[in-house]
Design a protein around this ligand. Structure first.
Ligand SMILES: [Zn+2]
Length: 352
């Protein structure tokens, strides 16, 4: 069984916080004692040793920068599309460097790359495969530039982050698709870029799903039926995604799993049973276990203090399996949720 994690802000953690992802998350945590980093981004959960120990074979690694109104310049924020572009390129360069310098990491651009990564887990030297996901499309300065990003290995694009973009409204700053957003969707479909609808404002979501002719996913979003709010997916949105054979990545983040949970509340107040319940909700709405997976977003604004009790690092994602078993899910469905569903979608959507 392979675990696939559809959302980790790997480059942001390295370039902005100075974390070395090749290091154990626990060592990083130790090195950061007494610094401001745990307060800013939580107790570190992601590191290469934990990926390998936890059987995390494939990760969607983001290219992510926030608009300046949401943070200070040292957090790599942007005000212009040129700045967004430069930050995105720097993150892309980081992923290439990581794969070049580290034998245990490979970038996945094609089905053949994916197969090579999975096969490596049958050997003594498993590799973690990273698929590049642009979270918020502002680094694409104009729609026609999407093909350059595709050539450089980006395989998924979310039109906006929370605060919206020049292409679409976001969950915190709602709005419709812009003309440039509509144009970008057409270019993306032609290229075979996968659309990530996490963070899209609802009005942008429905228009994008209607218009876009390619594969559609939500790499990190939970059911709104369990935790209300525009950041999560309504049952109608879940149905629309699954009509298109999309996959939804459940986020094991306490605030997205239990209404009213806020930073500072007990980690132990939420457990993997709550993650399983969110997975189960999607399965109940759509009538199968073939369209839900994991998108941890670990170290994407929160850390171990804000993850369910059993999850200390990314190595623990497999603990979600037994919680699904408690709900009556069999081994095959559990393997599908922990990785198989994402792998099916990637095999269909990636170039050969
Ligand atoms: Zn996000």
């Amino acid at each position: 069984m392979y675990i696939v994690d559809a959302h980790e802000d790997i480059a942001w953690n390295v370039l902005v916080l100075g974390r070395d992802v090749r290091r154990s998350a626990l060592e990083t945590r130790h090195l950061e004692e007494g610094t401001g980093i745990p307060q800013l981004n939580g107790l570190c959960m992601v590191g290469l040793p934990e990926w390998l120990a936890g059987g995390v074979a494939t990760v969607f690694g983001t290219i992510f920068a926030a608009p300046a109104r949401r943070g200070s310049p040292e957090l790599h924020t942007y005000t212009t599309s040129e700045e967004a572009h430069a930050l995105g390129q720097a993150q892309l360069d980081f992923y290439n460097r990581l794969a070049d310098e580290c034998d245990q990491v490979a970038l996945i651009r094609t089905c053949a790359d994916l197969d090579n990564v999975l096969t490596s887990w049958e050997s003594e030297t498993p590799q973690v495969g990273i698929i590049l996901l642009m979270e918020g499309a502002d680094p694409i300065r104009e729609p026609a530039e999407a093909d350059r990003w595709f050539e450089q290995g980006v395989r998924l694009v979310g039109l906006s982050w929370a605060t919206g973009s020049c292409y679409a409204g976001g969950n915190a700053v709602p709005g419709r698709l812009t003309d440039a957003g509509r144009e970008l969707l057409a270019v993306m479909a032609d290229l075979g870029l996968i659309l990530d609808v996490s963070h899209l404002a609802e009005e942008s979501f429905f228009e994008a799903v209607d218009r876009f002719e390619g594969w559609i996913v939500a790499t990190h979003a939970n059911p709104r039926a369990r935790v209300p709010g525009p950041r999560q997916l309504s049952d109608e949105m879940i149905r629309r995604l699954v009509e298109r054979d999309g996959v939804i990545g459940i986020v094991p983040f306490n605030r997205f799993l239990q209404p009213g949970w806020v930073k500072g509340n007990a980690k132990s107040a939420v457990t993997v049973a709550d993650v399983a319940a969110a997975v189960d909700h999607v399965c109940q709405v759509v009538g199968d276990a073939a369209h839900v997976g994991l998108g941890s977003d670990f170290d994407g604004g929160f850390g171990a203090e804000s993850a369910p009790a059993e999850l200390d690092t990314v190595a623990d994602l497999a603990c979600i399996g037994p919680a699904l078993g408690e709900l009556g899910y069999g081994d095959e469905d559990i393997a599908a949720v922990l990785g198989g569903n994402w792998l099916r979608l990637l095999r269909a959507a990636l170039p050969e």
